[in-house]
Design a protein around this ligand. Structure first.
Ligand SMILES: [Zn+2]
Length: 143
């Protein structure tokens, strides 16, 4: 059996109920407004629950499956992106903590260098003072 004859058999089977009586209806739902469909003509208790969209062919369902597949791939992609975003956020928090540590270290070093500067200027003053005292002393001796 070739593929095309198999398709035509399944197509013709799709539009008829086992009882051979179908009626065409028009959908009134908000999801499929105005879309035509076939349903078994027999009352609900007797029928086989048969119904099909008029435009539902194997080609259409193939397109729908592909659409759903691409949507699913998008979802997976989004999930991956979300995961990498979380990883990036964790990495960022680590860097922020490191930066805080460095900043506090820097603050400490700045304070230390300020203290050293103050000490150096005190020593300078002391040197100038002792030199002055020495000069005054030498001048007093050689008078
Ligand atoms: Zn039927």
């Amino acid at each position: 059996m070739s593929e095309s004859s198999c398709d035509s058999i399944s197509n013709s089977m799709m539009m008829t109920c086992f009882c051979g009586e179908v009626t065409r209806f028009t959908s009134r739902t908000s999801l499929n407004p105005g879309r035509k469909f076939y349903r078994c003509s027999k009352p609900k208790i007797e029928n086989y629950g048969f119904w099909r969209w008029k435009d539902s062919s194997p080609g259409n369902s193939f397109i729908e499956v592909n659409l759903l597949k691409s949507k699913l791939e998008c979802c997976v992609e989004m999930e991956n992106l979300r995961e990498s975003l979380n990883a990036v956020k964790i990495e960022r928090d680590k860097f922020l903590k490191k930066m805080e540590n460095l900043e506090s270290l820097n603050y400490f070093e700045v304070n230390k260098s300020r203290n050293l500067e103050a000490k150096v200027s005190k020593l300078k003053m002391l040197c100038i003072l002792s030199f002055t005292v020495f000069v005054v002393f030498v001048v007093a001796i050689f008078k």
